[in-house]
Design a protein around this ligand. Sequence first.
Ligand code: NAP
Ligand code: ZN
Length: 346
Amino acid sequence: MALARGYAATDASKPLQPFTFERREPREDDVVISIKYSGICHSDIHQARNEWGNSMFPMVPGHEIAGIVTAVGDKVTKFKVGDRVGVGCFVDSCTTCASRDLDLEHYMPGLVVTYNGMEADGKTPAQGGYSDHIVVKEGYVLSIPEHLPFEATAPLLCAGITLYSPLRKWGAGPGKKVAILGMGGLGHMGVKLGHAMGADVTVLSQSLSKKEDGLKLGADHYYATSDAETFKTLAGTFDLILCTVSAEIDWNAYLGLLKVDGTLVLLGVPEKPVPVHAFSLIPGRRSIAGSMIGSIKETQEMLDFCGEHNIVSEIELIRMDQVNEAYERVIKSDVRYRFVIDMATL
Ligand code: NAP
Ligand code: ZN
């Protein structure tokens, strides 16, 4: 066992604080990673504050991890000491069913999440990326393209793949009109990725305050959802709407923006059930769907795509001791567009 230092939530109502815990010794198929940067996802906040009702404390959040390999087990073939690597939202999964072959392992029971769950042994609490190092099976470690600015790649491991996967699944590309609902950590990655795939991208934001940024990042159009006119102007426009909002919104109004056969995909996790009227779906044969991160294979594909297109996240680099302040700012939508913790400041 090796001691790890990090920051943890000790219960749902307390700020995160310094915390020391044990990481396993590397096994033959493990990679030891010195964590250099850790992104702050809104899911970290939901879980640190037990907003999903399943939190286990003490909890070291963080599933947008970028680091350097410092040791590898004897049977590791894909990585060597010094490699730039990433770890996302899960660190193990069921390998006995067909899910792995279908690259859908993240949807199968037996998924081992990076934190707020148990490791594969079923008894060691899994702890995440707000820490100095992590030990991960090589099959769950990703390669980060060498030429991308390292600190800005950390958010690709969750925000990036969470938008990349539904954009690919629902065929975003030339001739497709895609709306990104919410211009936050996930949303701004959707703008960059959708644009790089060749889709016509519209941002639907609460206000026009981030319009200039949105257009610079690749959006073709930008509308404020606080303006009732937006819903008249854009009625029946989109093939795909990716919703990154976790608040209660008028779902029926957004479904009205879809074309015939259009799909609204939920990515954000609202606290309450989503009320949808059948007539918001039936006349346009519209669908409502959900999507969660992506498989390891698809995550590597996304990182390679980002390498080819020079895509990284827009970040604000912070010190570890600024994490609680950063949480408050994320909640107020006051982030341009992802906080990343510089782990050298731990
Ligand atoms: P974020 O940075 O806080 O972005 C969310 C955006 O939603 C905000 O920037 C804001 O955009 C908009 N918004 C906030 N409050 C709103 C309100 N009351 N009404 C309408 N819009 C509002 O969060 P994030 O890290 O992108 O995560 C977003 C959600 O996705 C969270 O619920 C997170 O848990 C979830 N998530 C899901 C997955 C998955 O696999 N499905 C993965 C990661 C995260 P504007 O200022 O532009 O309006
Ligand atoms: Zn996340």
